[in-house]
Design a binder for this molecule. Sequence first.
Ligand code: PLP
Length: 450
Amino acid sequence: MNHPPPPQRTAMQPDGSRLIKFFFGEELPFVSHGRGVFVYDTDGRRYLDGCSGAVTASLGHSDPEVLRAMREQAERITFAHRGTFHNAQAEQLAERLGAMTGYPYVFLCNSGSEAVETALRLTLQYWRERGEPERARFVSHAVSYHGATLGGLSLSGHPQRRWVAEALLHGFNELTPPYAYRFAQGRDDAAFTAFLTQGAARVLDSHGPAAAGVVVEPVGGAAGGAITPPDGYLPALAGLCRERGLPLIADEIMTGLGRTGTILAAQHWGVRPDLVVLGKGMGAGYAPVSAVLVSEHVIDTIAAGTASVTNGHTYGGNPLGSAVGLAVLEAIESRDLVANAATRGKQLRAGLENLAGRHEVIGEVRGLGLLQGLELVSDRATRSPGEPVGSLTRAIVLAARDHGLLLYPATGGINDAVLVAPPLTITAEETDLLLELLDGALTTLKSPLT
Ligand SMILES: Cc1ncc(COP(=O)(O)O)c(C=O)c1O
């Protein structure tokens, strides 16, 4: 058979690649392999993975136990559709997740965005089964990221990611973000909490019988960088939801399964959301696995009605992904990685604060456990971000890479920030090395304070 000649390459891909890239024409190293917290490129350069890829590779790379579980499952069966077969791996994964988090029911998906959509759909179904189909208005924060699908983007306060789809999006992202550095305007924690809570109550009440639920990242990740709310805020938001009978949905795709030093980040504030969304660290980079944890009253309502959740995704709960998820949870528990995240998180935080004392570009250090963020500023007094916004983020990510350290850009379009979020397996020596490499990278940006 004669194939037509390949179309001409465009000037936008000067390296001749046919693959559509993040930034057209950007030169990036080619990855070769990974071992533990280190990743190697095809030129033999080593990088300390200071951001677990995209806050995903919680166990580091090439973990032998996860690889063994993958191989064993792959040799038995990799795929069976949830509409045709039950499979033991998905059952065990749901059982284990429930035991670790205290949630009785689990819906399995593949990506974080799919799981966010599923949480929205489950909530909409809950309201329909209760005879209130008009409840379809979700509420989220003005600086946030909840996924690249239309529901996830509708929730997201992330101008850089929203703009392309804006015509199809809802403006769910109405709430003032619990981002003290830019929004507290001189208020102390208690006053800022009161301000945020009163604002949230006003927004929820403005939607009256249309309000469906609140979606929140307990610690904000990709938009803004480890935005950590004042202590009273999450409990107050949960209280507002409870008073109005609205489900609280915690998007713990980045924060869940140990990242912040507790199994779920909401536990730092004693909050039990009605639904919890997990992703990223659940497959830990070994397979795309995500989940929605669901409380009894949501499922009981559905069980008393249609008793079915038919929307799903082809690969959701497949045996291979589920076996990987199970091996990841087993590793988190048997190696005590939640406690390690708390301990190494303290070491990392102290080291970052020390760096902030010497590098003027760091406006704030924030975060919990091994989800730490650096707010980057061109002027500490005015708290101005880079000019243009995003330029400082890019500069530090590139400088760090040159020094053999990977950082995650977390600018949401209004600030400059990076996430420092190494694998939960990181040792004390590797944490020291991370800080040393970061110090070197920061030094090339600006001379240290004297
Ligand atoms: C809090 C949060 N929600 C949702 C998502 C979307 O997940 P995914 O990229 O796996 O679709 C992300 C990804 O960065 C995230 O951090």
